[in-house]
Design a protein around this ligand. Structure first.
Ligand code: AMP
Length: 471
C-alpha cells in the first residue's frame, strides 16, 4: 500500500515525497488507515519504526480536511479558537486551546516529534506545533503558548505546571498521543499522565505507543482508551534486520578503554554513540577520548538544556563524531548518520538494549552495535538475547584479546534462546572458541564465518544499504 492509496491529504503526500519517503513502514501501514477512521489505537512498536509519522500523519490529515470545510462550518470550528493576544491585549493571556497533544518522556523526543510535525505539515497552512518542555525558559514558553498552536508536544511535568496556572485549556482537544508510554511510566509520570488525561474531553481520539503493552502500561491503556485497536509490529524483524550486533569480552576497565579506543578508530564509522551507565562516566569517557585525539562530546541529564541542544546540533552537523551518552539523554535521538552504537556499559534492562541499538540503522540504513562486556556480565547478555530472540556473536580483536575465557553456561534444555537460522558456529578469529556461542545462530546476511573485527566491519559497511522495502 502506498501513502496515496491510504488516502492522505495531497499536501501531506507532497511533504512525504519531499522527505524522500517512498512507502509506509509496517507500523504506518497498519496504524494510519485505522487512525483515519478516528479509532483509538494501542501500538506496540519500536523506536526507529516510523511511529511518529504513524500518529502524526492521520492527525494532520484530520486538521487539513477540516481546513477544507465549507466556509460556514470552518467558521464554527475557528470561532472556538481564541486569536493570539495582540496590541493592548498582549499581556492578557488567553489560554491556548490545542487540538492535539503528544506526551513524550524526554525533551529530546519532544523536539524530534515537533521537528517531524513541521516536516510533515510543511504544506499545510495554519497548523502550528510547539514543544513545551522542562528546562525551557518560562517567557519563551508563554510566547509559544500565546500563538495558540494546534499541536502541543510536551513532557508531562512542565505541562502540568502550565495547566495549573490556567495557560492551557484542553476543551477543544481532539487527539491525544502517548509516545513511548512505557518509558513515561518508568520515569514515574503516571500521576501526571492521569491528571492530564482527566483534563481532556472524553470524545478525544487516543493513540498510545509503547515498546510493550503488558503490565502497568496495559492497565493505563485500558483506562484511557475505548474499543482500541491493538497493533503489534513484529518487533524483532522490525528492529534488528538491518542492525548487526557484536560483543567483545573485556578483562577490566583498562582493557575496555583500550579496546574502545581501538574500535573507535575504525574508518567505517561515520558517527558513533557510546552508552555509559552513569552521567559521570559519560563525562569521563568523553574527556578521555578527546585526550586520545578522537572527536567526542558528552550528553547527559546534568547538562543544561541549552548545552544538550548545542551538542545534538553539533552531532547533526557532523562536527562531533562520537557522542557519549546515558540512556535517558540519548532516548529518541534520531541522527541518521550514526553508523555505530557502542555499549561501554551494558544496560540493566533488556528493553534499553533494544532502544540503544535502535539509535543506529535509522531510516532503513544499516548499522552496527558493539557491546563491551565483562565476564561477570554474561547473565545480563543472556537476558538481552532472550528478549531480542537473537544471539550476539562474540568477536575478538587481534592484539586486544581478553586473557580470561568467558565461562560456558549452557542454555536451558529445550528452550533455545532464539529460533531459526542455519547451523554455524560463530568464528572466534584467533581461536578463542566460546562454547556458549558455538550453537546454531540467527542467519547472517553477509555469509561466511566472521573475519577479525576490522575486516568484517569493512565487509558490512561496504555492503548494500537496506531500505524499508527490503524487509
Ligand atoms: P521514528 O520511529 O518515528 O523515530 O522514525 C525513525 C526514522 O524513520 C526517522 O528518521 C524518520 O524520518 C524515518 N521514517 C519514518 N517513516 C518513514 C518512511 N515511510 N520512509 C522512510 N523513512 C521514514
Amino acid at each position: 500500500m502506498t501513502f496515496a492509496e491510504i488516502g492522505l491529504h495531497p499536501a501531506i503526500l507532497k511533504a512525504l515525497t519531499d522527505s524522500g519517503y517512498s512507502e509506509p513502514t509496517p507500523v504506518q501501514t497498519q496504524a494510519i488507515p485505522a487512525a483515519l477512521t478516528g479509532r483509538d489505537l494501542l501500538v506496540s512498536s519500536q523506536t526507529g519504526s516510523g511511529k511518529t509519522a504513524a500518529f502524526m500523519l492521520p492527525a494532520l490529515h484530520r486538521f487539513a480536511s477540516e481546513q477544507r470545510l465549507p466556509a460556514a462550518a470552518r467558521t464554527a470550528v475557528q470561532e472556538r479558537r481564541p486569536a493570539p493576544g495582540r496590541g493592548h491585549d498582549r499581556h492578557r493571556f488567553q489560554a491556548a486551546q490545542p487540538r492535539m497533544l503528544v506526551l513524550t518522556p524526554t525533551r529530546e523526543l519532544a523536539l524530534q516529534v515537533t521537528a517531524a510535525t513541521e516536516k510533515y505539515g510543511r504544506q499545510l497552512n495554519q497548523v502550528r506545533a510547539v514543544a513545551i518542555l522542562g528546562g525551557m525558559p518560562y517567557p519563551k514558553q508563554m510566547e509559544l503558548l500565546g500563538r495558540n498552536p494546534e499541536i502541543l508536544v510536551a513532557t508531562p511535568g512542565r505541562l502540568i505546571d502550565h495547566m495549573s496556572s490556567g495557560k492551557i485549556d484542553f476543551s477543544q482537544l481532539q487527539v491525544l498521543v502517548l509516545d513511548e508510554a512505557d518509558r513515561m511510566l518508568d520515569m514515574g509520570f503516571i500521576e501526571d499522565i492521569e491528571r492530564i488525561v482527566a483534563a481532556t474531553p472524553a470524545s478525544r481520539q487516543t493513540m498510545l505507543f509503547s515498546a510493550t503493552l503488558d503490565g502497568t502500561v496495559g492497565e493505563l491503556a485500558q483506562r484511557m482508551t475505548r474499543a482500541a485497536l491493538r497493533i503489534q509490529v513484529d518487533a524483532v524483524s522490525a528492529r534488528h534486520d538491518h542492525i548487526e550486533q557484536r560483543m567483545h569480552f573485556v578483562d577490566d576497565l583498562a582493557h575496555k578503554n583500550r579496546l574502545l579506543d581501538h574500535l573507535l578508530r575504525d574508518a567505517s564509522i561515520d558517527q558513533a554513540l557510546v552508552f555509559t551507565a552513569t552521567k559521570r562516566d559519560a563525562d569521563t569517557v568523553s574527556d578521555r577520548l578527546n585526550v586520545a585525539g578522537l572527536n567526542a562530546a558528552a550528553l547527559h541529564g546534568d547538562m543544561h538544556q541549552g548545552a544538550r541542544n548545542r551538542t545534538l546540533a553539533a552531532m547533526r552537523r557532523g562536527q562531533v563524531r562520537i557522542l557519549v551518552a546515558t540512556d535517558v539523554a540519548a532516548r529518541g535521538i534520531d541522527v541518521p548518520t550514526i553508523t555505530h552504537v557502542f555499549n561501554y556499559d551494558l544496560p540493566k534492562a533488556a528493553e534499553d538494549y533494544v532502544h540503544r541499538i535502535g539509535r543506529t540503522g535509522r531510516a532503513g540504513r544499516s548499522g552496527l552495535a558493539i557491546s563491551l562486556v565483562h565476564h561477570a556480565e554474561q547473565f545480563n547478555v543472556r537476558k538481552i538475547e532472550r528478549f531480542t530472540k537473537q544471539m550476539i556473536p562474540v568477536e575478538v580483536v587481534v592484539g586486544h584479546e581478553p586473557t580470561r575465557r568467558p565461562s560456558a553456561t549452557p542454555r536451558p534444555a529445550g528452550k533455545p534462546a532464539w529460533k531459526g537460522g542455519e547451523k554455524r558456529s560463530y568464528g572466534q578469529p584467533v581461536g578463542q572458541a566460546d562454547s556458549r556461542f558455538s550453537k546454531p545462530s540467527a542467519p547472517r546476511r553477509d555469509g561466511p564465518p566472521r573475519a577479525p573485527y576490522h575486516e568484517s566491519a569493512k565487509a558490512t559497511h561496504g555492503g548494500a544499504r537496506r531500505t524499508y522495502g527490503d524487509r
